[in-house]
Each structure stands twice: as C-alpha cells, then as structure tokens.
Design a protein around this ligand. Sequence first.
Ligand code: XBP
Ligand code: MG
Length: 255
Amino acid sequence: MKLKALIFDLDGTFAETERDGHRVAFNRAFGEARVGWHWDVALYGQLLAVTGGKERIRYYLEHYQQDFCPPVALDEFIAKLHQAKTRYYIELLKEQGIPLRPGVLRLLHAAREQGLRLAIATTTTPENVTALVSTGIGRHALDWFDCIAAGDIVKAKKPAPDIYDYCLEQLQLEAGQCLAFEDSANGVRAAVDAGIRVVVTVNDYTRDEDFAGAELVLNHLGEPGQPCQVLSGKLDGFECVKVDLLRRLSGEDEE
Ligand code: XBP
Ligand code: MG
C-alpha cells in the first residue's frame, strides 16, 4: 500500500512540552486555586501514565489527595482548574515558546514537498495545538494539517486507538496508508491498535518505556549534521528520518 499521510502526536513528539510546559501550567493553576499542590519533575513523570490533563488531575486526587474536599462538584472543580491550566499553558507558549524537536520541521516540509498529507492526533486540548503550531512554526502552518484530532473529540484518550480511528476516518485513508509518530508507550499502543505503523522519538520521560510494536525507536528525527541514534529497528543507512525511509517502513514495496 502506498504511503499517503503522516500523523503526528504533539506533546513530547513535536516538542518537549511536558516538563517545562504542561507541568508548569498545572502548578500555576494549582497556585491560583490555592490548593497547595505541587507536581515536581519526578512526580509528573509518574502522572504522565494517565493521558489527558483533566484525567490526570482526577487520578492525582484519587491517589495522592484522598482527603481533599472540592468546594463545588468534583467534575466542575476539575474542569475549572483545567481551564486555568490551559490559559497558563498558552500564556507560557506565547511568552517563551517551546522549540520543536530536531527534524520535525524538516520532515514536515519534506513530506509536503513529496505530496504526503499531514495530520495531528493528540490527547491535548485543541487550543494548545493551535498555540504550539502557531508559536513553534507560524499560524500559516495550521493549514498544513488535513486533520487536527485533539482532546475530548473522542471519548477514550490514548492508549485507546479512538483518536487515530477518528483521524483515519477524517482523512478517508486506511491505516496501512499512514505512519504515526509518537514519543510514549501510550501513544504507540493507540496507533498500533488502530493498525498504524509507528516511529518513536523518545524523551527523558519515556526513554525506558515498552515500545513493543513500533517499527523504529530513535532519540529524535535527526537533522543534517545531527544524526539520530537508533534505540531499536533499522535506519537502513539514513542519517536522519527522510521520506524515502518512511516509505520503506510503511511497507510500500511489500507484496
Ligand atoms: C499528552 C497528554 C496531555 C498533556 C496535557 O499525551 O497527556 O494530556 O499532558 O494536555 P499524548 P491537556 O502526547 O500521548 O497525546 O491538559 O490539554 O489535556
Ligand atoms: Mg506524546
């Protein structure tokens, strides 16, 4: 089957948004709400097992703050706290930005030049996608993506395959015509369970996770002069991830 589209996860894959972006924004929202909680770098690493900010707060309350009594109904409390977190996250992106990871912009340009379609499949809130793409590349780049699947648009977040299933439906493509890019085991599971082959670029939070089912696991996508390192799989002599390599990984030449 011919490769037609690349589907990118955002957090951790496009940019290292978790530690210095989302985590900081959660803590600012906690400060504003005067709840006295603080998610340090190590604790946040554990909480990342739960995808989605609202889901992560709920999990934290259930496991670390059992005695907490919300001033209003719990769902409403979490929703408000999360709205504040989104506001702080977007503010942070606008004020200081978070750079794209090596090779991301290069690969987006190359894919477009070679006629591949682009999409985003993420658990994060839609406004965060707009903010990261606008500040990291430019507002015009939002038009590069034929589908931006984000947040609560599906009921079950990653590791459920729903966000990828939704994306395939929107693109009107089959799983075998697409390749996904992820940074976490939860993301890999979601893509693999949707039948999509995956390339992983690890980060400090996800390096030791189990990426069973991924085609290739790398430290990053690489740039000319900044080759990527292979953690598992084969780069076939490429120094960085190029469209020709992706065509091979997608099994374009297979009978
Ligand atoms: C990313 C997430 C997100 C962000 C927070 O997972 O889990 O929840 O941490 O975003 P993935 P929101 O990269 O696998 O999509 O607070 O907007 O939910
Ligand atoms: Mg991710």
